[in-house]
Ligand binder design. Sequence first.
Ligand code: NAD
Ligand code: IPM
Ligand code: MN
Length: 353
Amino acid sequence: ARHHSIAVLPGDGIGPEVVAEAVKVLDAVTAPAGVTLERTEYPLGARHWLETGEVLNEDTMAALGRHEAILFGAVGAAPDDERVPSGMLERDLLLKLRFGFDHYINLRPATLYPGTTSPLSDPGEIDFVVVREGTEGLYAGHGGTLRTGTEHEIATEVSVNTGHGVRRLVRYAFELARSRPRRKLTLVHKHNVLVHAGRLYQRTVDEVAEQYPDVTVDYMHVDAATIFMTTDPARFDVIVTDNLFGDILTDQAGAVTGGIGLAPSGNINAERTHPSMFEPVHGSAPDIAGTGTAQPTAAILAGAMMLEHLGHPGLAARVQRAVRRDLELRGTRARGTAQVGDDVVAQLGAPGA
Ligand code: NAD
Ligand code: IPM
Ligand code: MN
């Protein structure tokens, strides 16, 4: 299709700042191709909650569900903002969308672009993808507290992992690994301690691996994975892992590939029963919000992932090439947020783009 209905949720903090640049680039790449992204903006987040007392009601959820895709900035109030209960927006908005729209694949590519400075002295060629589970694990919200505030308080968080959930995740990861030149898949877990979930993950990988003899499979405990992510990230190709491990590893992956401001993600419903959602890996960054210095590259690359999902891989590749050339020319040196957007747009029109 050439016409798509998109929901835009800029959110809080730097969310609106980086989403504006993603939209700028999306408009610049789609218009000449005769593709239109009809955007509906939903001003959800801290301000909306303060004004209305609502985070995300069922009508809005239903309206969002009628779009083909969602472009998301970030939510979360500043830690010293006592008006907004801690974690409420994250759980009742972001996680509600991921769970409600069954975003079981949280796809998080990590690429070290030429011109980008990694904090590692000898990073090698970093190009891997984390396939993070998106709807289960410790994020399921199961648990509770007993004897609150007493010496004998007990707090539990229960990790929920289903055969169905793990199988569809692992299958997706194998398909992705098969499509990439190195055809390598690493399961990251902690099955030496988390035996129940660990066994389910390992057994599922072993079973599915039989259908993918062309894919090399290995396993790493998550603590060791953080070592190799620092000492030899080039060894990774496709990592498949659970919700929380994937959260932590992808912030680290962002850091080693030149900064969290470059790392995009897609919350994918591969069956397309609900809209998929594209967002930077980073949060609302209250420490730099309003300064005009947030890097919009992650949001721009998330926009490219959205174009790919909408069936425009050529346009997605053009955006990725423009970002690559922009980073090659200017690296991640301090530039205003809007300047980066303008520079990426300029690269779209450069010869060879
Ligand atoms: P964060 O990702 O917002 O910020 C971590 C650090 O990275 C900060 O120093 C920040 O300035 C920097 N940073 C982040 N994005 C950047 C960018 N584009 N350019 C330059 N620097 C950037 O993580 P945090 O501080 O742990 O969380 C802040 C708030 O965001 C919290 O409320 C948290 O719950 C929320 N959060 C939301 C999302 C989301 O909506 N997807 C993701 C992560 C955190
Ligand atoms: C992310 C964020 C979210 C997560 C939070 C804000 C709920 O850290 O998208 O990585 O933990 O998934
Ligand atoms: Mn995170």
